[in-house]
Write a protein that binds this ligand. Structure first.
Ligand SMILES: [Fe+2]
Length: 420
């Protein structure tokens, strides 16, 4: 079959000049039985377009795991031809796998009871790499007799909330802008596969940014909002591009426990700095070697574009390198570099780098249909849950991502020279 690629339908709020090429629907393939050639093409498409949509898929949890695993493994770029050949016979076998990539992105069954993710994820028995997420009560699902699913609400994560009156009128917020990653011990997954078995129905809602800008965005109920990390970098002015290309972020140990006692800002793009994070000595035991420090910009292994990828709620410190020799110092921020540990300063600077990239015109809110499979380049996009659901609005999704066997690659010396 010939693979056909169709741009995703952009909402009227989107700027098509900025979102051109971001996200495609892939037609003409059966995701449960891809050929080697199709897999190779899908790998290319994923890195070029960042979000791939497959409609009307029938996919078991085992097949979803296998798909995420195969696409993940194919992304070992230097070795991708070799890996592709090696895996060709085993594409849909869960028995043959790289032991380094068998774990769900947050670890199999390792999410601590204090983690903010704990109430949101239910592991599928027998396939611990696949999580059941959604809303409402469901019965007899993939070996689970009964599950109470809860759609993440900004009311349990943000410091301030939309009033009950506004919520009744359809006003909501982005929950939390992030990539899927434990950001401690395990490497960020390269790909996430999100499969909708049951999509809630209801009128559109409005995500209000509530940050003094007046920005807002109409979204379908419980839409997943995506932004491009590449565009997030591209829209920055030169002085912030220079900071981005020179900066590394250090994440807190057990960041999802650390942030559990703090409140997020109204855009869902970071935490308020009220000193409420869990003190390090109260966190589960941790070791320095497992703490993650990553460049702010991650290099796309196929297009070589730089994607701004940082989980703003989990960051604790910024390490900024000095300008390279010969770079003009005029208007440069932190020309001599800096090690910023004050959380408010850290977050203010990160917000300046990331907020332009979530402008309403740059957001693609996916309007889910039953049996949609969205496979996204988790090292190239940021995403957020949106909306509020009532208990009778049932939402059933399977989510799969795998901790990678390598770390993201940052900007090259040539990139730093170009952008610093
Ligand atoms: Fe996510």
């Amino acid at each position: 079959m010939v693979i056909e690629v169709v741009p995703l339908p952009l909402p009227p709020s989107a700027d098509p000049t900025k979102l051109a090429g971001f996200g495609v629907e892939v037609k003409g393939v059966k995701v449960a039985s891809l050929t080697d050639e199709e897999l190779g093409q899908i790998q290319e498409l994923l890195y070029k377009h960042d979000v791939l949509l497959f409609r009307n898929c029938d996919l078991s949890p085992e097949q979803q795991y296998a798909l995420a695993k195969v696409v993940e493994l194919l992304h070992g770029v230097e070795a991708h031809v070799f890996v592709s050949l090696m895996l060709s016979a085993a594409a849909y076998s869960v028995q043959v796998f790289d032991p380094m990539t068998e774990h769900y992105g947050h670890g199999n069954n390792k999410i601590g009871k204090n983690s903010i993710l704990n109430p949101l994820l239910t592991t599928i028995p027998g396939v611990p790499q696949v999580q059941l997420i959604g809303n409402g009560t469901i019965y007899n699902h993939e070996g689970i007799a009964e599950a109470q699913l809860k759609h993440p609400s900004h009311k349990t994560f943000h410091k301030t909330h939309v009033s009950a009156e506004d919520e009744a009128a359809g006003v909501t917020r982005f929950n939390r802008w992030h990539m899927d990653a434990a950001l401690y011990e395990l490497s960020p997954p390269k790909v996430t596969a999100l499969y909708a078995l049951r999509v809630p129905q209801g009128p559109p809602q409005v995500c209000r940014y509530d940050d003094g800008t007046g920005d807002e965005l109409q979204v379908p109920p419980a839409a997943t909002a995506f932004v491009s990390g590449k565009t997030m970098f591209e829209v920055l002015p030169p002085e912030l591009k220079s900071v981005a290309v020179r900066t590394k972020v250090r994440y807190a140990p057990h960041p999802f426990v650390w942030m559990s006692t703090a409140g997020a800002v109204p855009t869902g793009l970071g935490l308020e700095s009220d000193g409420l994070e869990m003190p390090y000595e109260k966190l589960p035991p941790w070791d320095e070697a497992s703490v993650k420090t990553y460049p702010v910009l991650w290099k796309n292994p196929v297009t070589e574009a730089l994607h701004l990828q940082a989980h703003p709620c989990a960051v604790s410190e910024l390490i900024i390198s000095p300008l390279p020799q010969g770079s003009p110092r005029k208007d440069a921020l932190y020309p001599d570099g800096a090690y910023i540990k004050d959380l408010k300063t850290v977050r203010d600077l990160l917000y300046k780098l990331q907020r332009p990239g979530i402008a309403p015109s740059l957001v693609y809110p996916h309007d889910w249909r039953d049996k949609d499979l969205v496979v996204f380049h988790n090292r190239g996009v940021m995403h957020s849950v949106t909306g509020a659901l009532t208990s009778d609005q049932v939402r059933v999704y399977h989510q799969c991502n795998l901790a990678a066997s390598d770390e993201p690659v940052g900007p090259s010396d040539a990139d730093i020279k170009e952008w610093a």
